[in-house]
Write a protein that binds this ligand. Sequence first.
Ligand code: FES
Length: 226
Amino acid sequence: MTETIKIESTTADNSADVTAGSKSWFYTDVVKDHFFNPRNLFKTNEEAEGYQYDGMGMVGSPACGDMMKIWIKVGDGRIKDCKWQTFGCASAIASTSMMSVMISENEGMKVEDAMKLKPMDIVKRLGDLPTRKFHCSVLGDKALRAAINDHYEKSGQNDKVEKEKVRVVDHIAKVTDHDIEEAVLEGAVTLEAVQRKTKVGIGNKSCLPEVEQLIRFYKEKYYGAD
Ligand code: FES
């Protein structure tokens, strides 16, 4: 995979959907540092091809179509090394660079703790991230979980594998819990905003209590409690 770097425009945010987390369009110095000097990034395919890893995970973002690939080395139940490549934007590069540092610093994070790492933990170490870019920080985090699952499968620890299940919440509009999650990650944190993005519950009002519960759950997960 060839890594590409996009510089995003800094046009003013005119969306009424963005009501959670940071509304800033400015990047912190830490974000800029990790974007311009990404840590643990494979700069060439040759580097990636020669790497001996214990787990590899690759995911795509439904929100933007970008891709992320993560490789990990594991020793004594800890992440000893983490490498990555992405087609993602500046925010994805900065947040994955920071994530790779967080899980491999100080002798390495325990694998089970790395599995529970939240995008919010990474955003805090970055100082902040514009709300609309939160879905970019989730990309590295999801690829990491896929890499850890791959490691568990390769090492015969199948009982520890945590696969994400998709559940349809509105059978008429065919909207899943993942669609709600993506809408929240794009900054839609009210029922009305989520409905504008997904059409959930328009022809099936019986699912609305569950939709509101999911919005609350994902809002707290990605943006913290009110
Ligand atoms: Fe796709 Fe950021 S816009 S990863």
